[in-house]
Structure formats: C-alpha cells, structure tokens
Design a protein around this ligand. Structure first.
Ligand code: C5P
Length: 240
C-alpha cells in the first residue's frame, strides 16, 4: 500500500510566506503530520511526498525519522497545479517502487493540508478498495444549503442538500485505474476521484471525519492548533 502526498501548494490563502505544507501546527509541519498520520494508520507502507523544488533537501531530512520502521519515503518535486504534483508523485512511485510482480494493491492520494486526518477514514478507504471498489472517497454530509450561480452571481439552482457530500482525502484507488485516469486527464481536477469519474467508472463513498478538514486559511490553522491544544476547562463560576 502506497500513498502520494501532494504538498507543493504555495499556500497563498494562508498568507504565511512559506509553502503551506511547511507551516507548523503545534511545532510540527503539516507535511510531517500528514505523512506520519498515514504511516501510523497501520495500513500504509510507503509514501511519496511531493514538494516545491527548493524544499526537496529539507523534506528529505524532515521525513528521515519516519523511514525508521522500513517504510519507503520518497521525496519528489511538484508542479504548477495539484494535478501535476500528483502525476509527478505517481511517476516517482513507479520508478522507485520495490521490485516484485504484485506491486501495490492500493494507492492513496492524501493532501498534506489535511494533516490532522485520523486513521479511521484511511482504514475504511483501504478496506473498501480491497473489497473490490476501484475508487473510494471519504465524505461528510454538507451542512450549508449550496447554491449554483451564474457569472453575475445570480442563483440558477439549489441542489437537493440531502444528496450532496463534501469530499476529503485520503482517496483510495485500484492502482491501474488511478494511472489510467491520470493518463487520460488533459486538464486539472480538484480531486483525483474526479478524473476517475471522467472515465465513466464508479466512485464509492465512505464516512469521512471532521478532523480531516483541509487547512486553507488562517482561521483553519487556528482551529487546528486549538484541536491539538484545547484550553484547560474554565474554573467553575462561584455560586451564591
Ligand atoms: O490548493 P489546495 O488547497 O487544493 O491544495 C491541496 C493540496 O495539494 C495541498 O496539500 C497542496 O500542498 C497540494 N498542492 C500541490 N501542488 C500544487 C497545488 C497544491 O501539491 N501545485
């Protein structure tokens, strides 16, 4: 089982001045948290981290301790769009994967920005691929009503909320299907399963987790810090 972790985004919306995956949450970078989280799930053997070209050497040393248990941890360079970064990660995996006729039976793709993702969804995704699904995504129900708007921002539709789901990572795939989806992908997609959908292949959902939220803005970062370091309970108010 191997996972590609795209971590080459600039993080402009976070405004921290460093690539997003290198921002620390409670003293540990998002990238290290994301990779360690996958390896700690117990179902992921090997990881490819995809980072900005200028960060490859630094990433090698950041991730070196995670190789201790015999995990293969490969670092490669990302591209302009997330799709390019994942494509580079898959290529790195193909060229460095351990020899053997079987290869990997499941490939995961997991955003470094979802660095607090717990093991539960990862295990559910992997189990569901192993049970025969070609593509599996962890999802949560959508709590807001969602509107579709035209170019002027005028509402043109209100999809039935009960049929909508917010999609997270790690997303899991039969390796041949994911590689075929990336081969066929001409342009960018915001998630990997979207490329599988374009091939007309089914994508199965499993239950995601609130802690798998993507850290995109400064508020998200504060929430992540808070979840790792909740403030001590307030002393009880004195009663009269
Ligand atoms: O930009 P977005 O929040 O959708 O990024 C999701 C993940 O993809 C992040 O972990 C980010 O570092 C990664 N990414 C990448 N290469 C890019 C853009 C985003 O690896 N060119």
């Amino acid at each position: 089982m191997a996972a590609v972790v795209p971590a080459a985004g600039a993080g402009v919306r976070l405004g921290a001045g460093v690539p997003k995956a290198f921002i620390e949450i409670d003293g540990t970078s998002m990238l290290v948290r994301a990779v360690a989280g996958l390896l700690d799930s117990g179902v992921v053997d090997d990881v490819v981290a995809v980072v900005p070209a200028a960060r490859v050497r630094e990433t090698e040393s950041l991730l070196a301790p995670l190789r201790a248990d015999g995990h293969l941890v490969v670092v490669t360079t990302g591209g302009a769009e997330r799709t390019d970064s994942v494509r580079n990660g898959l290529a790195a995996l193909e060229s460095t994967a351990p020899a053997g006729d079987a290869g990997y039976d499941v490939l995961l793709v997991h955003d470094a920005a979802r660095c607090l993702a717990p093991a539960g969804p990862t295990r559910r995704v992997v189990e569901t691929v192993r049970a025969g699904a070609g593509a599996v995504v962890p999802v949560l129900p959508v709590v807001d009503t969602v509107k579709e708007v035209d170019d002027d921002g005028v509402v043109i539709g209100t999809p039935d909320r009960s049929a909508l789901r917010a999609v997270q990572t790690p997303q899991g795939f039969d390796p041949a299907l994911l590689l075929a989806a990336y081969d066929a992908a001409g342009d960018v997609a915001t998630d990997d399963a979207g490329l599988v959908e374009r091939l007309g292949e089914p994508v199965v959902t499993v239950e995601g987790h609130a802690l798998s939220f993507k850290i995109t803005t400064a508020d998200d970062r504060m929430l992540a810090e808070f979840r790792l370091n909740p403030p001590p309970p307030r002393p009880e108010e004195p009663h009269d």
